[in-house]
Design a protein around this ligand. Structure first.
Ligand code: ABU
Length: 497
């Protein structure tokens, strides 16, 4: 109906309420029928490609002075959905997240309908204690006795890794909180050259500086070289700097490599360094009896980043920072704002957990994960993990023996499979001049074709001296073996000369 008012507060009057109710029901029907179920079948496109200028023409993106009708809003919904990437699609294997878990989705919708902000018990009673329970269980799974320690849900793994730096720094130099970087020595942290870029970025954000984030060599499997770590720690000490932490990775972004945590923790102990494990990607493997050995030694860490929105397939975003040090988050970050964290409230204010965050307002990212966990149980997560690992190994073995595919890593540790697709015209030309330059151009060309057709979505990248290669990520346990064959066939089709 043209000209319907859409700007009033919901449920203002009975007539307003019925209009809004009608709109909400139609919108939710649209979401369930068209967005959730209408786009996840294999015959639909992963993406309806449109260039930025086309999108601007198709969707009136500018906020306007006056309201539009509910019909128009429903049309906007359809257009937004149509030109958004269908990350629930089985052939979206581009990133370290994918799929839409029905329980996670409902948890997310319930969160949004309740619209909480998790800082005080009075405003978010259920979520406050739900966070504590879920985080305690995760700490138990990490291996800290009784799940003791502390933790928080963060907006993404980069921020979780930043919390690690902040806690490590405060642990070693508590004066940082009041006196700042002026009061502490030249701090140095270490991470692998293949670690996620967030550690460098957060080092810069926190005034430590990227030059003081020393990168440690990785071996041919992508794992941190512990001898290089120790020698770089010694260099830093000899130069008069103050090494204070190591960020190891369990599941590197591109190779999916797991750093050797036991020897790294020995180095950390020897030189009194905080050990943080960025298990944003690989942490989910802890849920599987078969695969948790990959993170052997994680229980020796001081802190861990673990993102359930990655390997465990919770909806975006769901990232956690866990530490075995009980009071450090609060001691390092609290500022006791009296308007919010009054100590003379009538209830136990230790449940007002928000002051340990650097955020004030904060989404309740816990509910979707908790809801999934209730719906599937830990055993459901275990089955999911075992399935995605099995899919990855099936695909790996399939392309290992298929003409035109060349593996980057013969034996990847996680569910990332990296390979070059070599078109016929380049086969047998490995020793010719210009071969690498030509191979480098293959992946972007195939990617362009796949996106424009919408037949699948797989990312590519160079790494170090390695020319552009594809990385396919198995993270959706709804995939079947026939899908692995589909991917390989599609590379062959798109890569035909
Ligand atoms: N944490 C970033 C992951 C990016 C990716 O999916 O490759």
């Amino acid at each position: 109906v043209a000209g319907e008012k859409t700007t009033d507060i919901l449920f203002e009057s009975i007539s307003e309420r019925s209009k809004h109710e009608d709109f909400l029901r139609r919108a939710v029907d649209f979401l369930v029928e068209r967005v959730v179920f209408g786009r996840s079948n294999r015959s639909s496109k992963v993406v309806e490609w449109a260039a930025p200028e086309e999108i601007k023409k198709i969707i009136d993106l500018k906020p306007r002075e006056g309201p539009v009708s509910h019909e128009q809003l429903l049309t906007f919904m359809a257009d937004v959905a149509r030109y958004s990437v269908n990350t629930a699609h089985p052939y979206f294997v581009n990133q370290l997240f994918s799929s839409v878990d029905p329980y996670g989705l409902i948890g997310q919708w319930l969160t949004d309908a309740l619209n909480p902000s998790v800082y005080t018990f009075e405003v978010a009673p259920v979520f406050t204690i739900m966070e504590e329970e879920v985080l305690r269980e995760m700490r138990k799974i990490v291996g800290w006795t009784g799940g003791d320690g502390d933790g928080i849900f963060c907006p993404g793994g980069s921020i979780s890794n930043g919390y690690a730096i902040s806690c490590a720094r405060f642990h070693h130099f508590p004066e940082i909180k009041t006196k700042g970087v002026y009061a502490v020595p030249n701090l140095i942290l270490f991470t692998s050259e293949l670690a996620h870029y967030s550690t460098k970025k957060m080092a810069s954000f926190m005034g430590i500086g990227t030059d003081n984030c020393i990168t440690v060599k990785a071996d041919k499997y992508g794992r941190m070289d512990v001898r290089d770590l120790e020698s770089k720690v010694l260099d830093a000490i000899n130069e008069g700097s103050a090494p204070f932490m190591v960020t190891a990775t369990s599941g590197t972004t591109v190779f999916g490599a797991f750093d050797p945590l036991l020897p790294i923790s020995t180095v950390c102990k020897k030189y009194n360094l905080w050990l943080h494990v960025d298990a944003a990607w690989g942490g989910g493997a802890l849920m599987s009896r078969k695969h948790k050995h990959l993170l052997k030694g994680i229980e020796l860490a001081d802190s861990v980043t673990w993102n359930p929105h990655k390997l465990l397939a919770a909806p975006q975003q769901c990232s956690t920072f866990l530490t075995r040090h009980k009071h450090l988050l609060a001691e390092g970050h609290s500022s006791n704002a009296q308007y919010l964290f009054q100590k003379d409230k009538f209830y136990d204010t230790s449940y007002d957990t928000g002051d340990k965050h650097i955020q004030c307002g904060r989404r309740a990212d816990v509910l979707k994960f908790w809801f999934m966990w209730k719906a599937k149980g830990s055993e459901g997560f275990e089955k999911h993990i075992d399935k995605v690992f099995e899919n990855a190994s099936y695909f790996l073995e399939h392309i290992r023996h298929r003409e035109g595919f060349k593996l980057v890593l013969e034996k990847p540790e996680c569910t990332n499979v990296m390979f070059w697709y070599i078109p016929r015209c380049l086969r047998g030309c490995e020793n010719e001049p210009g071969y690498m330059e030509r191979l480098h151009k293959v992946a972007p060309k195939i990617k362009e074709k796949m996106i424009k057709e919408g037949c699948m979505m797989v990312t590519y990248q160079p790494q170090g001296s390695l020319t552009n290669f594809f990385r396919i990520v198995f993270q959706n346990s709804a995939l079947e073996h026939k899908d692995m064959i589909y991917f390989a066939n599609e590379f062959e089709r798109l890569g035909a000369d």
